[in-house]
Design a protein around this ligand. Structure first.
Ligand SMILES: Nc1ncnc2c1ncn2[C@@H]1O[C@H](COP(=O)(O)OP(=O)(O)OP(=O)(O)O)[C@@H](O)[C@H]1O
Length: 586
């Protein structure tokens, strides 16, 4: 940057981070996106299982300890043996303490890994998914994608430990049966009751969870829309309307959550009461067995401790089952998104395209719409040709630009770029060859320089500067104190509409791509800025293909051919003067 005057220096620390392109291989089979991260952490889960199993075995040791103390040590007054036993049990408890710590640690590490792996997969899917497959409002869709946290929470938390505890119920039952056979019947009756009630509540909880998820996404959608549109909402006094929608959504969601909690509470409280009842009944029956000399005091104490251990996991399972329905509805909703095929397959790689564009009998309907945005449209644009697309509002001009960029696929017919069908072309190659300025200019948070280079390592400071001078962005960036380092907020807030447009044009002009698509690139500019831009572009665009969507006659200076669209059909195609003349004579 030494050759630049000080005021133009682009002070920018190029991130060392390599930005990997998302993987756009075939979509995973249902559930793969979740199974793979879980399977990748099987080692950690194995250790959790082992630790949890040992903790259960240690629980057995404390019961046996109590039985031995009451049956052998107390009657014989064997204090020496007591000391040895005490040392043994303290060692067991120390191991138990360490294992509980390790178990928690392994669960947390597995949770962190799953978080990262699932989070990456979900973001990659978002980046590669077709625009046509995006569901619901921005807020609701964002909320849906964040549901992966519910899944992580379920799989990497108490779930694993609760599940490991289940088979040990049988072990504890077996030991109770060994020390005091009739007492085993008490937990044996309690277990199916607790599981039965938790299981019976599943279908209703499942329906409530599904409705609850929909309501929560609706709530999220409203709040995100309100935040993004705050300026418009205030100026058009739409606050009360949004507030009414919000209150209704909160009301519905709260009512569903309350019902969910009430039903979950029945299962969870049944388990808690069963736990107490099992203890009381074990002691009561045990006392009568002692009176009949069928049971020792030590055996009763051991049996009551073990009966508690039998029923404790049931409480966890009841809580788990109530969360299962929520987890399942999140899983089903996410699975739909995650198994949707992404944009094309990466079979056809063309790093450099020649700039030719062709539409072959293209018909297009937007998803969910029966109207044809484009109706049997055919044209050929030769490499280096500069074509303006004109027409009335809503006639289909921007749709042509979106189809060339591969943002949507033609419903019928084919869109060819550089002699290749855009459905076959790797989207990365297609878009690397096209410099595009879309109608709604969106900048991202970060510096102005970041927004012009947008993560492409091939764009260096000199190229950023060249493109900014061409677009006119450099004029105002040079006057800013922070220059190209000026940080922008979300969506480029902090700049005027015209300034945002010049930055978007600079972004498109970098790297002299063979195809330029400009959709109303100067709609927010004053006439002088627009004239200056046209003059610079006239030489810059020589030899490059231009598709220019415009309502402005002044911009037609850049075009050597004009295509006119009306209601999705081509109604005129020829030299600018001829097409304009036909317009005035109609
Ligand atoms: N995302 C969408 N979903 C459904 N219909 C859409 C969508 N975008 C555009 N349309 C419809 O497709 C038709 C063509 O839209 P397009 O944006 O191509 O018009 P345009 O000619 O660029 O209009 P303008 O001059 O106002 O930008 C319009 O009838 C419009 O309502």
């Amino acid at each position: 940057m030494a050759s630049l005057p000080a005021t133009m220096a682009l002070v920018y620390d190029r991130p060392a981070l390599r930005i990997p392109r998302p993987d756009i291989s075939l979509p995973p089979a249902p559930g793969d996106w979740l199974r793979a991260p879980l399977w990748a952490n099987r080692g950690l889960f194995g250790q959790v299982v082992l630790a949890a199993a040992l903790i259960n075995v240690f629980a057995l040791a404390t019961s046996i300890f109590s039985m031995t103390v009451y049956n052998k040590i107390v009657p014989a007054g064997a204090t020496d043996s007591m000391t040895a036993l005490l040392i043994g049990i303290v060692l067991v408890l120390a191991f138990d303490f360490a294992l509980r710590g390790l178990r928690g640690y392994f669960v947390d590490v597995a949770g962190q890994n799953i978080d990262q792996q699932l989070g990456r997969r979900i973001f990659d899917q978002l980046m590669t998914m077709k625009l046509a497959d995006r569901q619901g409002s921005n807020g609701a869709f964002a909320g849906l994608l964040r549901e992966f946290e519910t899944l992580r929470e379920f799989f990497a938390s108490a779930t694993i430990t609760a599940l490991v505890d289940v088979p040990f119920i049988l072990l504890f039952l077996g030991v109770i049966f060994w020390v005091a056979p009739p007492l085993a019947l008490v937990p044996l009756f309690a277990i199916p009751v607790v599981i039965g009630i938790a299981w019976a509540s599943q279908p209703l909880l499942g329906r409530l969870a599904q409705a609850g998820l929909a309501e929560s996404l609706n709530k999220q959608g409203i709040i995100i829309e309100a935040i993004a549109g705050l300026e418009t909402i205030k100026t058009s006094r739409a606050g009360p309307l949004l507030a009414a929608r919000w209150h209704l959504a909160v009301l519905h969601h709260a009512a569903l959550s309350l019902r969910q909690r009430l039903i979950s509470a029945v299962a969870v409280n049944t388990a808690a009461t069963a736990q107490n009842l099992v203890y009381v009944l074990t002691v009561a029956i045990g006392v009568s067995l002692i009176a009949d000399r069928q049971l020792t005091m030590g055996a009763l104490i051991a049996a009551s401790m073990l009966a508690g251990r039998c029923v404790t996991p049931l409480g966890q399972i009841a809580a788990l089952l109530t969360r299962l329905s929520q987890t399942l509805s999140s899983y089903r909703a996410l699975d739909k998104v995650m198994t949707t095929p992404g944009e094309g397959s990466p079979t056809l790689r063309r790093p450099r395209l020649d700039g030719g564009i062709a539409f072959r009998n293209v018909t297009f309907r937007y998803p969910g719409s029966s109207a044809r945005a484009l109706d049997d449209v055919s044209f050929d644009i030769a490499p280096g040709e500069r074509v303006a697309i004109i027409g009335r509002v809503g006639s289909g001009k921007s749709t042509i630009a979106r189809l060339i960029l591969g943002l949507y696929e033609a419903s019928d017919g084919a869109v060819m770029v550089g002699d290749a069908d855009v459905r076959q072309l790797h989207p990365d190659d297609l878009r690397a060859n096209i410099g595009a300025v879309l109608q709604d200019v969106v900048l991202l948070s970060g510096s102005i320089r970041d927004n012009i280079a947008l993560g492409d390592p091939a764009i260096d400071d000199a190229e950023v500067l060249r493109a900014s001078r061409l677009s006119g962005a450099h004029d105002f960036i040079g006057r800013m104190a922070a220059g190209y380092d000026r940080q922008l907020a979300d969506r480029g807030e902090g700049l005027s509409g015209g300034q945002r447009q010049t930055i978007a044009i600079a972004r498109a002009l970098t790297l002299r791509r063979p195809i330029m698509i400009f959709d109303e690139p100067t709609s927010a500019m004053d006439t002088a800025s627009e004239d200056a831009l046209i003059e610079r572009l006239e030489t810059e665009l020589i030899g490059r293909t231009l598709v220019l969507v415009t309502h402005r006659q002044s911009m037609l200076r850049l075009a050597t051919r004009v295509i006119m669209i009306d209601a999705g059909r081509i109604v005129a195609d020829g030299a600018p003067a001829a097409v304009l003349k036909s317009l005035t004579t109609v």
